[in-house]
Design a protein around this ligand. Structure first.
Ligand SMILES: [Fe+2]
Length: 311
């Protein structure tokens, strides 16, 4: 699938589009959490925006950093696969906390969709890290599987675990590419209190200290599009298709994606691409939602407030 990319010279700038948190769902089904844009419509709008952005020169690669299916169900991956096939560029995907390990592997396992853990392009090696790996458990045969309860994966924060961290180290040591960039679902230490996890931060801080080739990380998960610095590296957070939040203006944001240029000198330029449209107005956020996003309310407390309001 990436035959043409195999020949990309190391002097080229690599152009990549990132989608994240596409949260595909069966038509007519309620979304997890009960509050979502029409993700089919959002996908079409974002894809059209990106294809127009790239014009006659399609991106070298489209990456999707997890939460591909809203409930990790097979029919949702079928929908995602059909949608992803409509890009002109090759696609590579990794899982999020809404994805279910086996359903993800089966649903994304198609000749037109890559689930590669590493993609080398020009002077760059892109690693697709599973930021759910540390929440997986060994079954009776020693195989790592999702926790038995669906919610235990869904509600987990990022967790690398020793095996995934050691894999990242090995890959950085082995690739002949000059620069490494990490794609993953959970960005470490995001300025979004709801998604901040100290243990996960510590895993990445320890790992990155030994990996000077890593030039940056690109994730999703928070639904708060952002760009910040962690351990001297830029971290880019992609908008979702499900719902997005502006934590400064306290409003909703339209669905979107990110575009990137990976330059041969190891620098990265990235832009958030939001699709402004009357379907996705920048509504002010209610006080309960703001408190939830700011980490002042737990999900249980938030759900109780919503239930009281509905009653
Ligand atoms: Fe997520």
């Amino acid at each position: 699938m990436v035959e043409t990319q195999a020949m990309v010279p190391s002097t080229h700038t690599i152009r990549i589009a990132q989608l994240s948190d596409t949260h595909f769902i069966e038509s007519g089904e309620p979304s997890e959490g009960g509050f979502s844009y029409d993700t089919d419509a959002a996908f079409e709008a974002v894809r059209d925006h990106l294809e127009q952005f790239y014009g006659d020169e399609p991106a070298d690669l489209v990456v999707v950093t997890g939460d591909i299916a809203d409930h990790g169900r097979p029919a949702q991956y079928q929908k995602a696969a059909a949608a992803f096939a409509s890009f002109r560029s090759p696609i590579n995907v990794c899982p999020g906390n809404h994805d279910q390990d086996v359903a993800f592997a089966a649903g994304m396992g198609r000749p037109t969709i890559g689930t590669s853990r590493a993609v080398e392009l020009g002077s760059w090696c892109f690693l697709f890290v599973d930021s759910n790996a540390g929440s997986m458990i060994a079954d009776a045969d020693g195989r790592l599987v999702d926790p038995e309860r669906y919610d235990d994966r869904l509600e987990a924060n990022g967790s690398l675990g020793a095996r995934e961290a050691s894999w990242v180290k090995d890959m950085c040591a082995t690739t002949t590419a000059e620069h490494v960039f990490i794609w993953l679902h959970h960005p470490p230490a995001p300025p979004a209190p709801l998604s901040f996890d100290n243990a996960y931060l510590a895993e990445w801080a320890a790992l990155l200290a030994d990996l000077p080739k890593v030039r940056g990380l690109g994730g999703g998960h928070t639904h708060v599009p952002d760009e910040y610095v962690f351990q001297g590296r830029p971290v880019f957070v992609c908008p979702s298709l499900k719902n997005n939040f502006d934590m400064t203006a306290n409003t909703m944001l339209p669905p979107g994606a990110r575009t990137y240029e990976f330059r041969p000198d190891g620098t990265i330029a990235s832009e958030t691409q939001l699709v402004e449209d009357a379907r996705w107005p920048r509504h002010p956020l209610g006080r309960a939602v703001m408190s939830l996003l700011n980490g002042e309310l737990s999900w249980e407390q938030f759900d109780a407030i919503v239930a009281r309001k509905r009653a």
